[in-house]
Write a protein that binds this ligand. Sequence first.
Ligand SMILES: *[C@@H]1O[C@H](CO)[C@@H](O)[C@H](O)[C@H]1NC(C)=O
Ligand SMILES: *[C@@H]1O[C@H](CO)[C@@H](O)[C@H](O)[C@H]1NC(C)=O
Ligand SMILES: *[C@@H]1O[C@H](CO)[C@@H](O)[C@H](O)[C@H]1NC(C)=O
Ligand SMILES: *[C@@H]1O[C@H](CO)[C@@H](O)[C@H](O)[C@H]1NC(C)=O
Ligand SMILES: *[C@@H]1O[C@H](CO)[C@@H](O)[C@H](O)[C@H]1NC(C)=O
Ligand SMILES: *[C@@H]1O[C@H](CO)[C@@H](O)[C@H](O)[C@H]1NC(C)=O
Ligand SMILES: *[C@@H]1O[C@H](CO)[C@@H](O)[C@H](O)[C@H]1NC(C)=O
Ligand SMILES: *[C@@H]1O[C@H](CO)[C@@H](O)[C@H](O)[C@H]1NC(C)=O
Ligand SMILES: *[C@@H]1O[C@H](CO)[C@@H](O)[C@H](O)[C@H]1NC(C)=O
Ligand SMILES: *[C@@H]1O[C@H](CO)[C@@H](O)[C@H](O)[C@H]1NC(C)=O
Ligand SMILES: *[C@@H]1O[C@H](CO)[C@@H](O)[C@H](O)[C@H]1NC(C)=O
Ligand SMILES: [Cu+2]
Length: 554
Amino acid sequence: MRCIVLITLLVALSCGAVVESLVRHYSFLVLLKNERKVCGRKNIMTVNGKFPGPTLYAREDDTVIVRVTNRANHNLTIHWHGVRQLRSGWADGPAYITQCPIQPGQNYVYNFTLHSQRGTLLWHAHISWIRATVHGAIVIFPKLGVPYPFPHPHKEKIIILGEWWKADVEAMINNSTKLGLPPNVSDAHTINGHSGPVPGCATSGSFTLHVESGKTYLLRIINAALNEDFFFKIADHHFTIVEVDASYTKPFKTDTIFISPGQTTNALLTTNKPIGKYLITASPFMDAPVPINNLTATAFLRYKGTPINPPIVFTQIPPQNSTLLTNQFIDSLRSLNSEKYPAKVPLFIDHTLFFTVGVGVNPCETCVNGVRIVAAVNNVTFLMPKISLLQSHYYKIPGVFTEDFPANPTFVYDYTGKPPANIQTSNGTKVYRLCYNSTVQLVIQDTSVIAPESHPIHLHGFNVFVVGKGLGNFDPTEDPKVFNLVDPVERNTFGVPNGGWTAIRFRADNPGIWFLHCHLEVHTTWGLRMAFLVENGEGPNESLPPPPSDLPQC
Ligand SMILES: *[C@@H]1O[C@H](CO)[C@@H](O)[C@H](O)[C@H]1NC(C)=O
Ligand SMILES: *[C@@H]1O[C@H](CO)[C@@H](O)[C@H](O)[C@H]1NC(C)=O
Ligand SMILES: *[C@@H]1O[C@H](CO)[C@@H](O)[C@H](O)[C@H]1NC(C)=O
Ligand SMILES: *[C@@H]1O[C@H](CO)[C@@H](O)[C@H](O)[C@H]1NC(C)=O
Ligand SMILES: *[C@@H]1O[C@H](CO)[C@@H](O)[C@H](O)[C@H]1NC(C)=O
Ligand SMILES: *[C@@H]1O[C@H](CO)[C@@H](O)[C@H](O)[C@H]1NC(C)=O
Ligand SMILES: *[C@@H]1O[C@H](CO)[C@@H](O)[C@H](O)[C@H]1NC(C)=O
Ligand SMILES: *[C@@H]1O[C@H](CO)[C@@H](O)[C@H](O)[C@H]1NC(C)=O
Ligand SMILES: *[C@@H]1O[C@H](CO)[C@@H](O)[C@H](O)[C@H]1NC(C)=O
Ligand SMILES: *[C@@H]1O[C@H](CO)[C@@H](O)[C@H](O)[C@H]1NC(C)=O
Ligand SMILES: *[C@@H]1O[C@H](CO)[C@@H](O)[C@H](O)[C@H]1NC(C)=O
Ligand SMILES: [Cu+2]
């Protein structure tokens, strides 16, 4: 039997049986806050006045109810990044995809249940660039009494990596869009809201991770940055990776964690080094000729008993362009694939899809150079609709989207060779329709238009198995022969390598409209995004329920 406990009321109702799952209530008040941890800008948008925002704690099978009240001056939505949202698409959150924005002064209650997931995820605003300051951790514990499939840690610590602009981020991205110019890169990187020293910037210092000697800690690491992949290191210490994107992995040891925007990594840290103060670094990765903020965020690991003003143990920051290190990390990731946590990789495929991703340049009369940089999937720059796709799908409102998103590029060329002379893109609000419970293999191919570049691609509503990746153009006859269909890593945000491709598989068992996009906010803004429409199956258990009564209207 199910017993419902409202933790906000601190009522522990005993049903006379084991408490199976809870309903956990949270209240998110979105407001402007004077925040001085990092330099420049004073008023930032926050949740409950916190930066980073509050952590959502829950257990597998719990229902989470978050009442979001918008007391800020901007339209807003919140996305529960990586939460499967099985038949709860109305709670997913991407603006104009599954809902209209919560306008200033309005509220919306997000209501979802955590099915078959445990580990770390994140929540963040999903409209414009507001997630720069509106984000936080989601911690999903295993069901009551179920242990972790790794040694139980002494303590758990959340580490959120972020990105900070001195200027108002919304004003900056408005300007950039109007002028057709790339947005300014950020001014600092942050670890739990603190940047460490930044040239020309008076900051409030560094985050310190306090530990005791001879213990094992579980670090829940989240990349909440908008546009930056990070290398994460702690001087002289190793990590054992045990989970990514709320899916357990085969444990492996590394001294450098590679993490892209939207990804999460759980790592065990054993404090077996001499008592002291050790540097922690989050340094950016970029292997393409693309401007980034090249500053390293710093923090400290401090053992209990460390004397005042100790010498700091430093670490070597990986070269910014070290593709080799990113591959070493990514290639070590494997699903745990145990009896209890099997990797259910689809072996028979119903939909075989091939999408190119990259940038392009379109004419723009009002832009400074007469052109605008755009980005596209299969040469379609996705245009945001004025009414959410899920509402228009559910209520059958015509004229909002079309269903002609191409399964393959319409023009075949050497994607990673010399770019075509014409680098313009087409545009539209196009979705790709999938039958309920059908299986999908999707290969995403980077292109060399302007310059090849890596992309962290995020799929809403599903976990995907990353069955293969390679350099150059995907070969549909040879490459699938070496796909890993046994224990590929299972995640919601996966990298497509610079000048290469990545193959994923998933089962379309979740009816609704599901966004697929680059998690580099700059690329999403330029149009590197599309959506899947997954049909209902049979009966209410396989169908999208009606929307909640408080769903915001456009
Ligand atoms: C959450 O959704 C469930 C159905 O999925 C419903 O029974 C429940 O009343 C909802 N709770 C709130 C607070 O909206
Ligand atoms: C950005 O542009 C939007 C729409 O053009 C406008 O509503 C908003 O106020 C602008 N924001 C800032 C900070 O300039
Ligand atoms: C946006 O553009 C205006 C006018 O060009 C300028 O005054 C302002 O400083 C710019 N803001 C940012 C954040 O770039
Ligand atoms: C970038 O920053 C500079 C100065 O900090 C500002 O003048 C410019 O308007 C900004 N560009 C955009 C696109 O916001
Ligand atoms: C970092 O970027 C700045 C400004 O773009 C540049 O002047 C500097 O040389 C770069 N530093 C490194 C170490 O690449
Ligand atoms: C990385 O950058 C360094 C310094 O800028 C350069 O010497 C080196 O060739 C680059 N390595 C790769 C693999 O591109
Ligand atoms: C993309 O679409 C544009 C506009 O229709 C077209 O001119 C261009 O040739 C297409 N490019 C590719 C690579 O398909
Ligand atoms: C979409 O494509 C049309 C036709 O090429 C073009 O006129 C229009 O400017 C494009 N819209 C955007 C927002 O890129
Ligand atoms: C989905 O398909 C698989 C494989 O054919 C089947 O085992 C499973 O029961 C189906 N699930 C639903 C909900 O129909
Ligand atoms: C729907 O799911 C519930 C709970 O999993 C189950 O009890 C019920 O029999 C299912 N109904 C149908 C029509 O399959
Ligand atoms: C806020 O959202 C509403 C509903 O979609 C829209 O009409 C309005 O223009 C948006 N406001 C701004 C400032 O973008
Ligand atoms: Cu991208």
